[in-house]
Design a protein around this ligand. Structure first.
Ligand code: SF4
Length: 674
């Protein structure tokens, strides 16, 4: 059963409307933007100040942590002061972990309560034990007893509720039966949902968050499939937890949230950044606006399904292409990065720039350059003869007027592997065959840039050529209703049906842009949506970011996109929480300090968490964890195992580094380069 109306169009999933105070979520309402305060909730003035700051920049729903009953009581004053300041229409959400008593207090004061099914009724902490069916039933009865009072009171008061599952904090019961999986996350929420429905309470929104975009994408899709099967139509709150800060945090958030919004899923979103929460709002706004601009009615015709399994990640099987100098492309290889230069004149500098210290660990493996005429081909030949070739391969973006005969000399003499990139119309089968012939004779390749309809006409002649071909599309979203991800999915589906296993080159171009203001943020989100959604589908063997004029910058961002999607790790991975009122140290400065000391450890994953709420489960994905244990005290983890408790914060950085060394993951940083 499909989880969405179309994977080629954005058909919004129909949901029931849930009123969060005066803000309605789901149904026909726009995607709502939300965030969270980071102040101590019992510091009422600071929390009101932060809430107003968030409301002023466009946050529509504000979450405040209620870690205990005293904090939950403070929500009454926070609500009253916010309303008195003229922000009565902004709903507040109490964030609850562990304490039903805090939830019962909070529900009296705020418009919505968020519960985490992994810890609402579970006092024990991440123990491993076996549950018989009888044990499991007893557990469900216990949850029913613990959760029902909040459901009943929410119903009486007209409050909304979020059942917010986190990948990192699944209950022992769920872990035992389903493991640390998207299915476990879904079952965890459904257990609570069924209890709420047994009381005829339906004002519920659900979330399935993880710091890993692939996991959260799969979990939300699975949740919708399961809810549809049970005739449940609750709205979704989307988010990637512990996404980190800066460009990396924005990329991760956009990949996870954007992929689902393009599927038509999602009614309210939060972009979690380890930054002041006001900075989350423009990012969330831009992602939501792009997605909403894609909303379409159900298409009358066209494909409704593809062969990609949306619930389980598997990399697409492709032919293996040796593009030269170690840049092999194929299922066992990481996606390769291509940098584009705007003209032949820029090529020598770009070739030299590949040796830039800035790109030491992240070099562009291919350079793409436009070639418009036979005269330019001669200049290119001379340039290549005069410039030591540092790229693994060179992509020639050929004007349609150029013929294979024009390139015969260059193709025969080139010291680099060449990729002939050309836009093909559906009627140009003979032309494509001539280019393939030229490529085959010189050990070169052809990148077919074609709209899906054109590719469908070309495809019948291509099955025997997968080892010489790359597939791509850089043009405007085809006429009709496709989004760029849908256009690429169509290419892949056409390739599959014709037995074409050519690798896919994801090109982020002005043509593939959905809409936006051409700011860097807008371009970054666009690239995250297209590249991330496809990589999380398991498709994509080469990537280029052609919306950036600076090839060095484009290369850096391309590697960050690959890292965000978990497709190619080129630097330390930081999983850091956005902080909230539970935070036990300054997340922003701590993250920056630890990054300064460990940012050179390629491939090492370090989790930096303000507290243990999202817990060891989230750190199972990390090699090391730095977690607030008590005020001024840090706990250090190796994987999900706490190995050092209550270290004074002043010693924690050094102890973390010692731990990394002990586990043979340390490397000395190279001396700074001028
Ligand atoms: S992990 Fe961070 S954001 Fe999550 S509850 Fe703890 S301090 Fe707050």
């Amino acid at each position: 059963m499909s989880y969405c109306g179309s994977r080629f169009h954005t058909v919004r999933r129909p949901t029931r409307e849930v009123a969060v105070g005066s803000v309605k979520v789901g149904g026909t309402n726009p995607v709502r933007i939300q965030s969270m305060t980071t102040s101590d909730t019992q510091d009422v003035a600071a929390t009101v100040r932060q809430s107003i700051a968030l409301a002023e920049v466009g946050c529509e729903i504000i979450r405040v942590t209620a870690p205990n009953v005293q904090a939950a009581r403070c929500l009454k004053d926070i609500r009253a002061q916010l309303s008195a300041a003229g922000w009565g229409a902004i709903p507040l959400v109490a964030d609850i972990h562990f304490l039903p008593q805090a939830a019962m207090e909070a529900v009296e004061h705020v418009e919505k309560v968020r519960v985490n099914p992994g810890n609402y009724a579970d006092k024990k902490k991440f123990a491993v034990r076996d549950y018989t069916d009888a044990d499991y039933e007893l557990e469900l009865e216990r949850i029913y007893e613990t959760f029902s009072p909040l459901v009943k009171r929410s119903k009486e008061l007209g409050r909304a509720m979020r059942v917010g599952t986190n990948h990192g904090s699944l209950s022992d019961r769920i872990m035992n039966r389903y493991g640390d999986t998207p299915l476990g996350m879904v079952e965890s929420a459904l257990e609570f949902l069924r209890i709420a429905e047994s009381h005829s309470y339906h004002d519920i929104i659900l979330s399935m968050k993880s710091s890993n975009p692939k996991v959260m994408i799969e979990a939300y899709r699975l949740l919708v499939q399961r809810m549809d099967a049970e005739d449940m139509h609750y709205p979704l709150h989307l988010g990637v937890t512990e996404a980190g800060d800066g460009e990396d945090g924005r990329i991760k958030g956009a990949i996870g949230i954007g992929s689902l919004l393009m599927d038509g899923l999602g009614d309210t979103i939060r972009v979690s950044l380890t930054e002041d929460s006001v900075y989350e709002i423009p990012v969330a706004r831009a992602i939501a606006d792009k997605a909403m601009s894609l909303w379409r009615p159900v298409p009358a015709a066209g494909p409704t399904t593809d062969s990609i399994d949306p619930y389980h990640f598997a990399k697409r099987a492709t032919a293996v292409l040796d593009l030269g100098d170690g840049a092999t492309v194929g299922p066992e290889n990481p996606p390769r990065v291509i940098a584009r230069v705007g003209s032949l004149e820029q090529l020598p500098a770009a070739l030299a720039g590949l040796n830039s210290p800035l790109l030491k660990d992240t070099p562009a493996e291919g350079l793409a350059v436009p070639v418009a005429s036979p005269a330019e081909l001669l200049r290119l030949r001379d340039l290549l003869a005069a410039t030591p070739a540092r790229a693994s391969f060179l992509v020639l973006d050929l004007a349609p007027a150029l013929r294979p005969a024009d390139l015969a000399e260059l193709a025969g003499a080139a010291r680099l592997r060449l990729v002939f990139l050309r836009r093909f119309a559906g009627a140009e089968g003979a032309e494509l065959a001539a280019w393939l012939d030229l490529a085959g004779r010189g050990g070169h390749f052809v990148a077919v840039d074609a709209a899906p309809a054109d590719f469908a006409a070309l495809a019948p002649a291509l099955p025997g050529h997968s080892d010489r071909l790359l597939l791509t599309y850089s043009g405007a979203v085809p006429a009709g209703t496709d989004h760029p991800v849908g256009a690429y999915r169509r290419l892949l589906e056409i390739a599959r049906t014709h037995g074409i296993a050519a690798p896919l080159w994801i090109r982020n171009t002005v043509g593939t842009t959905i809409r936006g203001d051409n700011s860097f943020l807008s371009r970054l989100i666009e690239a995250s949506l297209l590249t991330g959604a496809l990589l999380c589908d398991g498709a994509g063997d080469l990537v280029s970011l052609e919306t950036e004029a600076d090839a060095t910058r484009a290369t850096k961002v391309s590697y960050n996109l690959l890292q965000g999607a978990g497709a190619r790790i080129s630097k330390t991975e930081f999983i850091s929480c956005p902080s909230c009122g539970r935070t036990l140290f300054d997340l922003q400065t701590t993250t920056q300090r630890i990054r300064a000391q460990t940012g050179h450890l390629k491939g090492v994953k370090i989790a930096i968490m303000g507290c243990i709420v999202n817990g060891p489960g989230e750190m199972a994905d990390a090699d090391f964890g730095y977690v607030g244990g008590a005020p001024g005290k840090i706990n250090l983890y190796v994987g999900k195992q706490c190995v050092q408790y209550n270290i004074p914060q002043a010693e924690a950085d050094a102890r973390l580094i010692a731990l990394i060394k002990e586990h043979h993951k340390w490397a000395e940083p190279e001396p700074a380069t001028a």
